[in-house]
Write a protein that binds this ligand. Structure first.
Ligand SMILES: [Zn+2]
Length: 66
């Protein structure tokens, strides 16, 4: 019985399917990278690049006007 070798989709590193806890990824990092890429593809809006981190604007409730 030969071990099944799979390639990490993110970094193309070969790993043993049987012993890779995060298969098909080689690591948590690669898993998150792939997930993040997938999500950003789904959410990407052409022509509109949002800043990575927008400053939290002060939230003013209506009561604060008094
Ligand atoms: Zn990897």
């Amino acid at each position: 019985m030969s071990p099944v070798r799979v390639k990490c989709p993110t970094c193309q590193r070969e790993l043993d399917w049987a012993t890779a806890p995060l298969r098909p990824f080689c690591s948590e990092r690669c898993r998150l990278i792939d997930l993040g890429a997938w999500l950003s593809e789904q959410r990407a809006i052409p022509g509109d690049t949002a800043p990575e981190e927008s400053p939290v604007t002060e939230r003013r409730g209506p009561d604060e006007e008094n």
